[in-house]
Design a protein around this ligand. Structure first.
Ligand code: HEC
Length: 323
């Protein structure tokens, strides 16, 4: 308050206008000082020494969730609980799985089993398992810092989560975006919201609901021997997902995150060993068992809407917006 004290000391020698000006200045000074007091904790926090490696602004939604979505959700979701561990819901993400060790202890990276699992020992980390690529050192650091900072969930509340026991409820008949008939003519698979509905082709009876991670399904196809079902799915403008279901057991064999938008135009090679699909402007072909990518062709200017293999299975062809 040194400024205001000297200003009021000079007040008496000034004209009324300049006194008014000084009063206004005084008020502003007081207002400014008040604001500064209000900000005090933030000012102090900014001046507090920050450990050189810790980035104090890690966001779960922006920084951590995309890593989990790409590298972990394929095996740790409602439809596929490897190690009895679900990472797609926040409470379950913290809780952990079959080891009964807490996966994430907010504020305590050393006590967090998840961190132990993703940290390489002798150059190899237990998680993620193949076909997911190992996490980079920077990604592990991001997860560690987020846990150290209290593992805060800043993701906007997501919609309800569905699984086989809690399938979607429809107020009206769902939009069917894709349909296929098994090669023996006995089954019909129809894509709806978050799920594929399997029906008996003769009676129309509903046999199963294959509920997956992604809300949108653009395309589905039975494998040539009809034992599996490939599903091109995703969350629009966020993530693509290829699902492969075992038709007899209704189990999700593969859930593979691919690209940043809903996938489309899925098809099988004639021998059932590979799957091709459209992923944004590109065509991808993958090994149907491991999910390993065997072809990436990104030369299209517009969306790839459908794909097909040549009769000898050597090369997927495609239909795009532009060609
Ligand atoms: C391809 C499948 C696959 C992927 C991808 C994967 N996991 Fe796992 N995860 C497993 C399996 C299987 C287990 C069961 C234990 C085992 O076999 O080692 C497991 C177990 C775990 C456990 C132990 C749960 C418990 O309490 O027993 C943690 C933690 C874990 N995974 C974290 C992750 C994280 C984090 C990622 C991503 C960075 C990830 N996993 C990606 C397959 C996968």
């Amino acid at each position: 308050m040194r400024t205001s004290a000297s200003a009021s000391g000079r007040c008496g020698r000034r004209s009324p206008q300049s006194r008014l000006a000084i009063a206004v200045a005084l008020l502003l000074t007081i207002a400014a000082t008040g604001a500064a007091h209000g900000d005090e904790p933030a000012t102090e926090a900014a001046e507090a020494p920050v450990p050189p490696t810790a980035d104090s602004s890690i966001s779960f939604d922006r920084d951590v969730l995309p890593i989990f979505r790409r590298s972990c959700f394929g095996c740790h979701q409602n439809g596929k609980r490897q190690g009895d561990y679900r990472m797609t819901e926040f409470a379950a993400l913290l809780a952990g799985g079959e080891s009964e060790q807490p996966a994430i202890v907010p504020g305590d990276p050393a006590a967090s089993y998840l961190l132990e699992q993703i940290t390489p020992q002798d150059g190899h980390a237990a998680m993620p398992q193949a076909p997911a690529a190992p996490l980079s050192a920077a990604e592990i650091e991001t997860i560690r810092d987020w846990i150290a900072q209290g593992a805060v969930n800043d993701a906007p509340a997501s919609g309800p989560s569905y699984d086989a026991e809690h399938p979607p409820l429809y107020a009206n008949a769902p939009v069917i975006t894709s349909i296929d008939i098994s090669h023996d003519g006995r089954l019909i698979a129809a894509a709806a919201y978050h799920e594929v509905i399997l029906c008996d082709a003769e009676s129309g009876e509903r046999l199963a609901r294959l509920v997956g991670l992604s809300p949108r399904i653009n395309s589905l196809r039975f494998s040539p021997d009809s034992t599996r079902l490939a599903v091109a799915a995703g969350t629009p403008a966020e993530a693509g997902e290829l699902q492969v279901w075992d038709v007899a057991t209704r189990q999700l064999q593969l859930s593979l995150p691919l690209g940043s938008d809903t996938l489309s135009g899925v098809c099988w090679s004639p021998d059932g060993s590979r799957i091709a699909l459209g992923s944004g402007n590109s065509v991808r072909a993958l090994d149907a068992n491991s999910g390993e990518e065997v072809l990436f062709q990104g030369a299209h200017e517009d969306w790839v809407l459908d794909t097909a293999f040549t009769a000898d299975g050597t090369w997927p062809t495609r239909a795009a917006h532009s060609s």
